[in-house]
Design a protein around this ligand. Structure first.
Ligand code: ZN
Length: 364
């Protein structure tokens, strides 16, 4: 390590030699002060006012110089101080930038490492079934209609040809909004019990021909159990035009069921009753799991009841100013949860609403 020598000889040659040794040491040390800490040590060693190397040069060379040499020594010391300042400033820049380089190096992100995987959600099984249903009917030219979940008695019952005292209107079956007693019955609000009000709203706002499907959430005053839920989903459809016959209803539903369950599936139509259709039918499909031989999903019968349907009752047309003498149509409806339970062999409808990841992950 360089130390400032005591000068005996103040001749120009001796001074040059001492100065160049000092400069060499200064430059070497400046070059190796590569980070902020090393630079700090370097600067203190050379520049400290008290006992720094340049202060020592001042004391040991200039102050000790004999009178005749003082001028030359003074110039030399000044030149060394200026050179030292430049080197210190350069070293400072180098140290701070190499400090930055070191910092960058230590904080480098390896972009070739695998990232943090965020699990993407998937469609809920009920919505997946609903999407499949929708796409079958959209391909047949149906468009999608939606309506409010809070409905009036008029749209949910009256315009659908329910008589005033029909049991469906009872609070045991229907969830009414509270404190509606002062309103006339037709204006009372309730949670819609089917998506059929959307059919009425569509016919009110649109002249025939009408081909719509109405998917959505509906509500019944049912205690939750393995096959009942106070909220579930329906998909209904409505087709109105001139010369629509029961044959169109059969053909449409038969085609839809074959699209959903495969071309081997058969449909069967059995008389039934709904206030808004006449005639009304229950539609069953041959069991897609056992091909009709009998299994658990079809309760060994070979058939699964899936839809309610029928020709639109002329009285319903009366409510929407459609002329029942010129127009005819059919409507159908099905429960989406029921279909999903059957498709995925789920034996408890409540599973769809718990939000239990162990159940839902099976559909991912
Ligand atoms: Zn079966």
């Amino acid at each position: 390590m360089y130390t400032v020598p005591k000068l005996e000889d103040f001749s120009p040659a001796s001074l040059d030699k001492a100065a160049s040794e000092l400069r060499e040491a200064l430059e070497n040390e400046a070059r190796s002060a590569l980070d902020p800490k090393a630079f700090e040590e370097f600067r203190n060693r050379w520049m400290a006012r008290k006992n720094g190397l340049l202060t020592q040069v001042n004391d040991m060379w200039l102050k000790a110089a004999p009178g005749p040499a003082k001028r030359d020594v003074g110039q030399l010391v000044n030149a060394l101080k200026k050179a030292a300042e430049v080197l210190v400033s350069d070293a400072e820049q180098l140290a701070s930038s190499s400090g930055l380089a070191a910092k960058l190096k230590s904080e480098t992100i390896d972009i070739s490492l695998p990232g943090i995987e965020r699990t993407l959600g998937v469609r809920h099984p009920v919505l997946r079934t609903l999407d499949e249903l929708i796409s079958v009917f959209v391909k047949m030219g149906y468009s999608i209609a939606e309506g409010p979940e809070v409905e009036s008695d008029y749209y949910n019952f009256e315009a659908l040809n329910f008589p005033p005292n029909h049991p469906a209107r009872d609070t045991q079956d229907t969830l009414f909004i509270a404190n509606q007693e002062r309103h006339p019955q037709r204006d009372r609000l309730l949670l819609r019990t089917h998506t059929s009000p959307v059919q009425i709203r569509t016919m009110e706002s649109q002249r025939p021909p009408v081909r719509v499907i109405c998917p959505g959430k509906v509500h019944r005053n049912d205690a939750p159990d393995a096959t009942h839920s106070p909220g579930f989903h329906q998909l209904e459809g409505l087709c109105v035009d001139t010369n629509i016959t029961f044959g169109d209803l059969k053909g449409t539903l038969d085609h839809a069921m074959k699209s959903l369950f495969g071309s081997a599936v058969k449909t069967s139509f059995r008389p039934s009753f709904f206030p808004f259709t006449e005639p009304s039918v229950e539609v069953s499909i041959s069991c897609p799991f056992c091909g009709g031989k009998g299994c658990r999903p079809c309760k060994q019968s070979g058939w699964i009841e899936l839809l309610g349907a029928g020709m639109v009752d002329p009285n319903v047309f009366g409510f929407v100013n459609y002329d029942p003498k010129k127009l005819s149509g059919f409507a159908f409806g099905m429960g989406v949860e029921r279909l999903t339970m059957m498709s995925y062999n789920v034996d408890d409808i409540q599973q769809f609403f718990y939000g239990d990841m162990r159940f839902l992950e099976q559909f991912a």
